[in-house]
Design a protein around this ligand. Structure first.
Ligand code: NAD
Length: 283
C-alpha cells in the first residue's frame, strides 16, 4: 500500500469529491480529504486506515497549510491534489452583487490557489506530483446565459491551470484542468447552487434557465460521477496525462462548437485583425 499514490481531495463530503474518495479508498490509495464539516465527511466515508479526513476552511491559508502538513505527516508524501470544492451560481451579471460574485470567486478560484500554493513546496521537493483543478465546460465556453460569474470563476481555473502546467513542468509536476459537462451530483440542488438575492424581473430568461436547471436538469444529468472518478484516476496513472480533460459527450459537443466558433471569427476577421503591427501595410 505504501507505494500507492497519496491523494488530497477538497470538497469531499458529497458529489464528485465523495465518489472519487470512496473509489480511491476501495482501490487501496492513501487519501486525505477535506470538508468544512469533519462529521459530514467522516459519516459519508467511514473510518479506514488509509483515510485522513480533515476539517478545512479553504479560504484560510493557515487552515490549508495545516491540512497539507497533516497529510504529509501521516502518509509521508503528496502525489495527487484534486481541487474539487466549488459551487455553481445562477444569476445575470447585473443581478448578482459584488459580494455574491466575489464569494463565488473566493471558493472556486482563491480556495484552489491556496491549496496549490501550500501543496507545491512538497511536490517540488519530491520532483513529482499532479494537480487536477476541476473547472467546468462552463470554463471553456461562456455560452451559458445566467451562469456568467460561475463561468468566469471556471475560466479563471482553466487559465491558471495552463500557466501552472508550464511553470511546474521542469519540477516533474503535472497539471490538468478537468472540464465536466452535466454530472449527477448535488450541484444543482438548493444546498449547492446559489441563486441571486436580488433578482431583477426583466431577466425572465434567467429565471427560466434557473427553473430548468433546478427542476428539469437536476437528477437527470447524463454524467455518472463514478465514471468521472475512473477517468481521473486513469489520467493520474497515465504517463501522458492531458492538460485539458473534458468529461462527458456533452462537454465534448460544447467544446467542439466553441472551437469552431472561435475559428470562424478568426478566419472572417484575419486580414484586418492581423494588420496591427507597426510595420504592417495598411489594408
Ligand atoms: P456538489 O454540490 O455535489 O459538491 C460540491 C462540493 O464542494 C461539496 O463537497 C461541497 O461541500 C464543496 N463546497 C461547496 N461550497 C464550498 C465552500 N464554500 N467551501 C468549501 N467547500 C465547498 O457538486 P459537484 O458536482 O460534486 O461539484 C464538484 C466540482 O465539480 C465543483 O467544482 C463544480 O463546480 C464542478 N462541476 C460540476 C458539474 C456537475 O454537473 N456536477 C459540472 C461541471 C463542474
Amino acid at each position: 500500500m505504501e507505494n500507492k499514490k497519496v491523494w488530497f481531495v477538497t470538497g469531499a463530503s458529497k458529489g464528485l469529491g465523495l465518489t472519487l474518495v470512496k473509489k480511491l479508498l476501495s482501490k487501496g490509495y492513501q487519501v486525505a480529504a477535506t470538508s468544512r464539516n469533519l462529521n459530514d465527511l467522516s459519516t459519508a466515508v467511514g473510518e479506514m486506515d488509509n483515510f485522513l479526513p480533515l476539517a478545512v476552511n479553504l479560504m484560510d491559508e493557515n487552515s490549508v497549510e495545516e491540512a497539507i502538513g497533516q497529510t504529509i505527516t501521516k502518509f509521508g508524501k503528496l502525489d495527487v491534489v484534486v481541487n474539487n470544492a466549488g459551487y455553481g451560481m445562477i444569476g445575470a451579471l447585473e443581478e448578482l452583487t459584488d459580494a455574491e460574485s466575489r464569494a463565488n470567486f473566493d471558493v472556486n478560484v482563491f480556495g484552489s490557489l491556496n491549496v496549490i500554493r501550500k501543496a507545491l513546496p512538497q511536490m517540488r521537493k519530491q520532483q513529482s506530483g499532479h494537480v487536477f483543478n476541476i473547472s467546468s465546460i462552463g470554463g471553456f465556453s461562456g455560452n451559458f446565459p445566467g451562469f456568467g460569474i460561475y463561468c468566469a470563476t471556471k475560466f479563471a481555473v482553466a487559465g491558471f491551470t495552463e500557466s501552472l502546467a508550464a511553470e511546474v513542468q521542469s519540477f516533474g509536476i503535472k497539471a490538468t484542468v478537468v472540464e465536466p459537462g452535466y454530472f449527477r451530483t448535488d450541484f444543482l440542488t438548493s444546498g449547492s447552487l446559489a441563486v441571486p438575492q436580488h433578482p431583477i424581473d426583466a431577466y425572465q430568461s434567467v429565471r427560466d434557465t434557473q427553473a430548468a436547471h433546478q427542476h428539469d436538469i437536476n437528477n437527470q444529468q447524463p454524467g455518472d460521477p463514478a465514471k468521472a472518478a475512473d477517468v481521473m484516476i486513469a489520467a493520474a496513472e497515465s504517463d501522458s496525462a492531458p492538460l485539458h480533460l473534458f468529461l462527458g459527450p456533452d462537454a465534448y459537443q460544447v467544446a467542439d462548437a466553441k472551437i469552431a466558433d472561435v475559428q470562424k471569427d478568426m478566419v472572417a476577421w484575419k486580414t484586418l485583425a492581423t494588420s496591427t503591427n507597426f510595420d504592417a501595410v495598411e489594408v
